[in-house]
Design a protein around this ligand. Sequence first.
Ligand code: FES
Length: 114
Amino acid sequence: MSGDAPVFCRLDEIEDGTARGFGWDRGGERPVPILIFRQGDRVFGYRNACPHIGVPLEMDPDRFMNREGTHLQCSTHGALFRAEDGMCVEGPCVGRPLRPVPLQIGPSGEIQPA
Ligand code: FES
């Protein structure tokens, strides 16, 4: 683990089965929007950009899940994505995945880019 890498949050700061949004400061003009989904002790990171037209998935802060809590959902046209691999399984961009952001979890639960 790199001590210089940014820490997005700790594992216990994301409710299990949900996702939160973060800005990833990579030294560019603006932070890169990402989302992090938690499933138990695992996390899955993606660029927060819908493969349909590139907009962020959520309209309200940290509201990434569909009502049933089974999939990530784009709030613009309702595309559903598998949380475990980002693949769109329903909606206008079926078969096109969210772009993954590899993450790692440190000894104190800190979530960082891998
Ligand atoms: S912008 Fe996401 S489904 Fe259309």
